[in-house]
Write a protein that binds this ligand. Structure first.
Ligand code: FO1
Length: 331
């Protein structure tokens, strides 16, 4: 079933030979929480996270990378746990001052501590550093315990085509997601810049070197789907053993607005439909909730178990199951 023989093997006494290399694609909140579980269940393995940068936005002259920051803050213990994004113990004085100057947009909540990250990133971008090196520098402070790579150093932004009283137009993903709360149906998504984007340095090598690849329950359209659109990444992954965790339980997304995104691309909101969206050329194993155990697709091993990440313990258990399934399929 598996397409590669993992570098790890089990010696005759059963211990693991060498460190396992795991690659995981991640979006925002759900992905970051899953990765915390993956790291907890595999403290000795190296984990390379390929982060979505389609959500990135320039505000007040600063480059903001929400999904990279959510992974970095969550794994670095700086996240606002209950919000799932942004910094803990945050204040918003700069935001209030910007509003006093009638600066727009006011609908995106940038906190004072968070601003420092965007100032460092923007200063390094202006000095000519690529996003991958900047992310590495920021992670030196946060020590997330994984190697965090942007999917690309090239600018690729998800824009959303909508039609409302102002006519048909494309808005930045964050405006659709945060200001509109996806209340206006997305007619389509466009990953601006995808056709000329290259995988960031180290991305293809990490996939090539991986023993297994795990897809967290991130948004299959605007997070995982975005990363798969960077030329070269999806092809590299199809050569590996890949196990994904369904982001849909029953007929609803666990969090976020994956249903609005799936509907926009004409895909039903179900664990079966997302598996078919990813395809059996990419997915070897698929974790679904017990209520979805009827999900099936030729060439894919489907495992049903609780997949709600209600706490860190649960996330680690789900990650463990995904990893064990991947190792079994990789043999
Ligand atoms: N999400 C919101 O719903 N409202 C916000 O005001 C908001 C601000 C924000 C600032 C920095 C950041 O890194 C993330 C932020 N997010 C906010 C979350 C963000 O829109 C999503 O996490 C991702 O873009 C989707 O995964």
């Amino acid at each position: 079933m598996g397409k590669t023989t993992p570098a790890v093997g089990l010696s005759v006494t059963g211990e693991r030979l060498g460190r396992m290399h795991i690659v995981s694609l991640a979006g925002g909140i759900g992905g970051a929480r899953f990765l915390r579980g993956l790291r907890a269940t595999e403290p000795d393995s190296t984990i390379t996270v390929i982060g979505n940068t389609g959500d990135d936005i320039t505000l007040f002259g600063l480059r903001v990378c929400p999904d990279l920051d959510t992974v970095m803050y969550t794994l670095g213990n700086g996240i606002d746990e209950e919000q799932g994004w942004g910094r803990a113990k945050e204040s918003h004085v700069v935001k209030e001052e910007l509003a006093a100057y009638r600066m727009e947009p006011q609908w995106f909540g940038l906190g004072d501590r968070d601003f420092a990250t965007h100032i460092v990133r923007s200063q390094m971008l202006a000095a000519g550093y690529p996003l991958s090196q900047i992310t590495k520098a920021l992670c030196t402070r946060w020590q997330p315990g994984v190697r965090l790579l942007p999917m690309s150093d090239d600018r690729c932004e998800t824009h959303v085509v909508i039609e409302d009283e102002h006519g048909k137009r494309a808005v930045h993903f964050q405006e659709w997601w945060v200001r509109l709360r996806a209340s206006v149906p997305a007619q389509s998504f466009a990953l601006v810049g995808a056709d000329t984007a290259k995988p960031a340095p180290g991305v293809l090598e990490a996939v090539e070197d991986a023993d297994v690849v795990i897809l967290p329950p991130s948004n299959p359209v605007v997070s995982i789907g975005t990363i798969l659109q960077v030329p070269g990444i999806r092809d590299a992954l199809t050569a590996k053993t890949v196990v994904g965790v369904s982001p849909i339980i029953g007929g609803a997304p666990v969090r976020g607005m994956a249903d609005a995104c799936l509907t926009a691309i004409g895909v039903e909101t179900s664990a079966q439909a997302v598996l078919e969206l990813y395809g059996s050329d990419l997915i070897d194993g698929w974790l679904v909730a017990e209520e979805d155990e009827g999900v099936a697709l030729d060439g894919v091993r489907v495992v049903a178990r609780p997949i709600l990440m209600h706490d860190a313990e649960a996330a680690a258990g789900i990650a463990r199951t995904a990893l064990d399934l991947a190792l079994e399929l990789a043999r």
